[in-house]
Design a protein around this ligand. Structure first.
Ligand code: ZN
Length: 304
C-alpha cells in the first residue's frame, strides 16, 4: 500500500468517525437534563378556582397552517419519515366574552418559514375572533404562535387585550425582527414568577426553555375539564411519552433553545400525565391529539 493511499484511508476513517459522532450528537441523541422542573398542579388549580366569574364553557380550535418535518427533528432518534406539524389557534369561549390562546401565523410568515399548507378561511376567522377577544395570550414569542397577532393592522388596539409577558416582548427582536415596534410603545407586559391567573379557570405557568418567554396555559372549563396548552415545550405527545427532545440540530442550530430546561419540563410533564390522567395535554403541534379531542367533543372545530 502506497504512503498516500494509506494516509488517504486514515483520513477517510477519521472523517467517518467524526461524521458518525456528529450524526449521533446532532440527530440521534436526546440526552438527559441536569435540572428539575416543578409543576405544582394543586397550586395551579387553586389559582384557577380563586378567580371570580364563570370559567370557559367551550374551547374552539382552528388549524391555520402546517409544516412538515422529519420525525427525528421532532423526537431525536426517530425516523426520517415526514410528519405533520400543524399550526393551531385556540379560542376559550366564556358566557359573555372570549379569549385567544396562540394566534398562528399569516400566509407571508408561513411562506418565509416553509409551511406546506395555509388555510385562509381559518386565518380570517382567527383574525375576526382576535378583534372580539377580551384576552389574548400566546404560549411563546415564535412567529407561528404570536405572528397572527403581530400582523394585524390594528395591533396597537389589540394589545389592550393582550397579556404578553415581559420575556415574550423582550425577545420579539430576536424571533421577529420586522415586528411593528411602534405598536409596543407604552405597552406594559405582564411579569410573574411561576403562576399567574389571567381569567376564571385560566392560569399561566412559566416554562422558559424553548424560548425565554415560553409558558404553559392551564384551562379549566365550567364542567371541570382540564387542559394544558404546552406551546412548544413539546411538539408532539411522543416527546412527553418518551421524554425525548427534538434533535440537537434543531434545538441548538435552528432554535437556539435551552435544551436542558426543556428536557426537565418533559420529565415533569411525563410524571404529571401519569399522576393526573384526566388532564388533557396539548403539545404545540400534535394533530392527532387535537383530532382525538375533537372526536370526544372536548374541542370544537372553528371559532365562534
Ligand atoms: Zn410552534
Amino acid at each position: 500500500m502506497g504512503k498516500w493511499t494509506r494516509r488517504g484511508l486514515i483520513a477517510l476513517g477519521v472523517i467517518a468517525v467524526i461524521g458518525g459522532a456528529a450524526y449521533y450528537w446532532l440527530i440521534m441523541e436526546s440526552g438527559t437534563s441536569s435540572q428539575s422542573y416543578a409543576l405544582d398542579i394543586a397550586q395551579v388549580r387553586r389559582l384557577a378556582d380563586a378567580m371570580p366569574g364563570d370559567k370557559p364553557r367551550e374551547i374552539h380550535v382552528e388549524q391555520v397552517a402546517a409544516f412538515a418535518f422529519p420525525e427525528t427533528a421532532v423526537v431525536a432518534g426517530d425516523s426520517w419519515n415526514t410528519t405533520a406539524i400543524p399550526v393551531f389557534s385556540y379560542q376559550l369561549v366564556f358566557p359573555n366574552s372570549a379569549a385567544i390562546v396562540d394566534t398562528a401565523l399569516d400566509e407571508k410568515i408561513g411562506k418565509a418559514a416553509g409551511t406546506v399548507a395555509f388555510y385562509p378561511a381559518a386565518f380570517a376567522r382567527m383574525s375576526t375572533a382576535l378583534n372580539k377577544a377580551s384576552l389574548i395570550v400566546v404560549t411563546h414569542e415564535h412567529g407561528d404562535h404570536i405572528g397572527g397577532l403581530l400582523v394585524q393592522p390594528n395591533l396597537k388596539q389589540l394589545l389592550n387585550a393582550a397579556k404578553l409577558n415581559k420575556e415574550q416582548v423582550d425577545n420579539l427582536q430576536r424571533y421577529a425582527p420586522d415586528y411593528p415596534r411602534a405598536a409596543f410603545q407604552n405597552y406594559h407586559p405582564i411579569t410573574y414568577d411561576k403562576y399567574l391567573a389571567v381569567a376564571p379557570g385560566v392560569v399561566l405557568i412559566r416554562a422558559a426553555g424553548h424560548t425565554p418567554g415560553s409558558q404553559i396555559v392551564y384551562v379549566k372549563t365550567q364542567d371541570g375539564k382540564e387542559f394544558l396548552f404546552l406551546g412548544d415545550v413539546a411538539w408532539h405527545m411522543r416527546n412527553i411519552d418518551t421524554m425525548r427532545e427534538r434533535a440537537r440540530l434543531i434545538t441548538w442550530w435552528f432554535l437556539g433553545e435551552d435544551r436542558d430546561a426543556v428536557l426537565a419540563e418533559l420529565v415533569a410533564l411525563h410524571a404529571l400525565k401519569k399522576s393526573e390522567p384526566t388532564i388533557h395535554i396539548l403539545p404545540g403541534h400534535d394533530g392527532e391529539t387535537v383530532a382525538a379531542l375533537e372526536r370526544d367533543g372536548l374541542l370544537k372545530k372553528e371559532f365562534q
